[in-house]
Design a protein around this ligand. Sequence first.
Ligand code: NAD
Length: 423
Amino acid sequence: MDQYKGKAIVIGQGYVGLPVAVSAAEAGWNVVGIDLDTSKVEMINNYVSPVEDISDEQIRKLSEAGSYRASSDYTDAEGFDVAVISVPTPLRETKPDLSYIELSGAALAPYIRKNSTVILESTTYPGTTEELLAPILEEKSGLKAGIDFYLGYSPERIDPGNPKYGLKETPKVVSGMNKESLQKVKDFFDGFIIETVPTSGTREAELAKLLENTFRHVNIALINELAQFAGQLNINIWEAIDAASSKPFGFMKFTPGPGVGGHCLPIDPSYLSWQVQTALGMPFRFVDLANDINNHMPDYVVQRVTDILNDESLSVKGANILLAGISYKPNTGDTREAPALRIINLLQARGAQISGADPFVSEKNWPSGVMRVEYSAKSIDDADLVLLINQHDGFDLDLLSNSSTRVFDTRNVVPDSSGVDRL
Ligand SMILES: NC(=O)c1ccc[n+]([C@@H]2O[C@H](COP(=O)([O-])OP(=O)(O)OC[C@H]3O[C@@H](n4cnc5c(N)ncnc54)[C@H](O)[C@@H]3O)[C@@H](O)[C@H]2O)c1
């Protein structure tokens, strides 16, 4: 472990906050991870990691060395040097819900001292750090942001389950409300991230994060819509994508899927369109269109499943349908906004019996009315149709192509065979 750097607080010990807390502790900070979820805090303090990217062993080692612990008590923020806020920023009835930032900011403020640094990491629309968070911190601390204490924004790019690009390897955008704040934010992350990328102000950094996710959301929507047309035109979209991807410039590969999920893509672009609509009175048409297409992919999947069963003289009603993968992407148990949940609802409403194989999804997040099964030759053979939602490591995809059960593959990963249909 590196030389002692000071006391850091990381508020929110989820997919974003826990990796930051652990990395900072490994880099020499004495870290307290604050989270209001007492069961999560207890888990962490019993050395059980709630996220895939951090191992139990990492937590144990740091805890035993006295450099990291979790707490639900904000008084543990006493005497902090740097605080990172990584709390949820969901939508509530299509509007940004910044209540978590407001509440955590108000709870942190009494512990801000002269020369403390506060960094917002949650994804949010431009202006949040300086227009919403700064006044809350100033009011409760009696100190002036940018003068008495430093304030900045640094969006998170973590891609849970990505074996190549973890927190350390992914360049991190950093910003501050003035030069001094930027330097403090940069120094903090330079301690455990290979490359930091400064912007001149916090709004540019806030917009950069929304731009990244809106870009991805829009391009996925483009390919999702094209996949539906290509299917009707009897053209193999996957081959067309691979062929187009051979162009070494001016093309970026995106692939279709059953819909978008997770905390980012289904939500972040709407933060931007809400701001554009509210501040400028204009619709952000690309975002509206992308939302419409991506939100309806589960309906398209269900239509294709219905057609496949129909070809076999079967109906959805009474059919045994096995979902391989429930979470929103491979090798994570994250079911937030997962398209599988909507697909399950639609199929159940039509009378299907649903079973699911997903070793990553916890009991707590398991969808109701879905029988949990192992991914195996038996569970595949027992089904009338297998719907592959995502390809977790450990799913032997040959079992699907070798089975006599019909398969609908939404990811183009199952080896060819006569019983396999693709999106
Ligand atoms: N998950 C990702 O892949 C990802 C990637 C980049 C950015 N983000 C953004 O990072 C932010 C956090 O996302 P996440 O995925 O880590 O969420 P998460 O739900 O996994 O974790 C957030 C944690 O904050 C805690 N919390 C809520 N209110 C609190 C409060 N007032 N005080 C202390 N703790 C509180 C919750 O109990 C929860 O454990 C969001 O803005 C999200 O958009 C997420």
